[in-house]
Design a protein around this ligand. Structure first.
Ligand SMILES: Cc1cc2nc3c(=O)[nH]c(=O)nc-3n(C[C@H](O)[C@H](O)[C@H](O)COP(=O)(O)OP(=O)(O)OC[C@H]3O[C@@H](n4cnc5c(N)ncnc54)[C@H](O)[C@@H]3O)c2cc1C
Length: 436
């Protein structure tokens, strides 16, 4: 008797979304030997580099990674968040300073470099004898409808055949163009805001309580906001969000790309800002990895092709504003749920449409929450400026209570790991697990 053919899954993109999916599928295959699978991961980049990106993983992202056995490495390479403070950049006043519990809902808040998490995921994937095929830039897909298979063509005109193609190719996804082929306008919407970000070397002489602390500063002048996430060894992931004075904004507006001159101008502006460490310039000047990009978002109700065998995950499926730090976390959730969707149970496979049903409403809700927080922090209209001033006033009045509430939460988190009451708790407590 001939062996049934393996399900060939081709993952385009090796960011946190693509690599988490790859590892999840390989783990499922190990625990369910009947899950006959072949996994291939490709990326357009020529090498993994330490571009200056980082993010904070929250319990909804760290719990599934811990289930994959990655928590010790995440704790080694990342920085557990110990507190979040919000400041008025113009008045240098702290309006909110909340200690964070070390764990909440059975997970951690960990700030980590994108390259570190890639390294962690990749070293696990390599343990299965699989590596990422670099310099493979996706160009197009052709469908063999008779056999229900797909052929992916790369820019170098080489090809791969697959049963399922997963677009994990980020915010400028080209696989998305295939999935949404019949929709006229598929590009993410440019917000009119750009961001500059980088990672500094160690900041000297920081007090111990700064380890793990994140700062967010609001510039009420309409010039945006800026902040830092604490990384290991007192290094800082910093970012500045500012309105784009040149590119037009709104639906249908192409996502701008910024020149080195534009990056340089933003960096010079950033150096003028105040920061709780003293000046922002001492952080920026210690950074050699900086980049500038556009803030975009778009909710796509369809993230699976009509044929069902081309699927989007991560930023390709839901480019979102970063105000509540959920893009990477939602990418991890996508990856785990898609792996569960492809797993056969008693001969049945839930399939990619089930994946879509599980993801579309939740990511829309997350994006709505991020949209409100973003407008409150950065909105330029009179309405949002008044709302921002009122919320700052309210936070200042409540600040002492919140600080003490934070301490109580910390104890609760320490003991029970079951913090209650935050407005984003519904996001962090979502219990997504691989069905090992
Ligand atoms: C300032 C800022 C702060 C943020 N903070 C947070 C945070 O605190 N928490 C959080 O959860 N999220 C945060 N995010 C969002 C987070 O960074 C992203 O959501 C996440 O990195 C997306 O991962 P991804 O794997 O989907 O895409 P990417 O990391 O963009 O990976 C896509 C991959 O696809 C490859 N690729 C692209 N095109 C092709 C092609 N044609 N062919 C083959 N390969 C291709 C690329 O080379 C890349 O390796 C933040 C974002 C910003 C901008």
């Amino acid at each position: 008797m001939t062996e049934p053919k393996p399900l060939r899954v081709l993952i385009i993109g090796s960011g946190v979304a693509g690599l988490t999916l790859g590892l999840s599928l390989l783990r499922l295959q190990l625990s369910r030997p009947h899950f006959n699978l072949s996994v291939k991961i490709v990326d357009a980049a020529s090498r993994f580099d330490a571009a200056g990106a980082a993010f904070c993983l929250s319990p909804n992202g760290t719990r599934p990674l811990a289930q994959l056995g990655l928590l010790p490495k995440l704790l080694e390479k990342g920085q557990v968040l110990t507190g979040v403070a919000m400041h008025e950049g113009w008045s240098k006043k702290t309006v909110q300073d909340i200690p964070m519990p070390p764990t909440a809902f059975g997970g951690h808040f960990i700030a980590i470099e994108r390259s570190s998490i890639q390294e962690i995921l990749l070293s696990e994937i390599r343990g299965y004898g699989i590596d990422v095929h670099m310099k493979k830039r996706y160009k197009e897909i052709t469908e063999n409808t008779g056999e229900n298979t797909l052929r992916v063509v790369y820019e170098d005109d080489t090809t791969d055949d697959a049963d399922i193609v997963v677009g994990a190719d980020g915010v400028r996804s080209r696989v998305r163009d295939f999935v949404l082929a019949e929709d006229e306008d598929t590009a993410p919407c440019f917000s009119g805001w750009s961001y500059v970000a980088g990672i500094s070397s160690s900041i000297p002489n920081l007090p111990a309580e700064e380890t793990g602390k994140s700062h967010w500063c609001i510039a009420n002048s309409g010039k945006g906001g800026y902040g830092t996430w604490s990384l290991p060894d007192n290094r800082q992931f910093w970012y500045v969000l500012e309105p784009d004075e040149i590119a037009p904004r709104g639906p249908g507006t192409p996502m701008p790309r910024y020149s080195d001159e534009s990056l340089d101008a933003s960096v010079q502006r950033a150096k003028q800002y105040w920061h709780p460490f003293g000046t922002f310039s001492q952080i920026v000047e210690r950074s050699d990895r900086m980049y500038k990009s556009a803030l975009v978002e778009r909710h796509y109700p369809r993230i699976v092709s009509k044929s069902g065998n081309v699927v989007l995950i991560g930023d390709a499926a839901h480019p979102m504003w970063p105000y509540i730090g959920q893009g990477a976390n939602a990418s991890i959730e996508d990856a785990v749920i898609l792996a569960n969707a492809l797993l056969p149970r008693s001969g049945e496979v839930r399939g990619t449409l089930w994946y879509q049903e599980q993801r579309v409403d939740r990511t829309a809700r997350i994006m709505r929450a991020g949209g409100w927080v973003g407008r409150l922090q950065m909105g330029e209209t009179v309405f949002w400026r008044i709302a921002r001033s009122l919320s700052m006033m309210l936070l200042r009045l409540l600040a002492p209570n919140q600080a003490s509430q934070g301490t109580a939460q910390q104890q609760e988190g320490d003991e029970g790991g079951n913090r209650k009451g935050g407005p984003l708790d519904w996001i962090h407590k979502e219990d997504i697990r691989l069905e090992l």
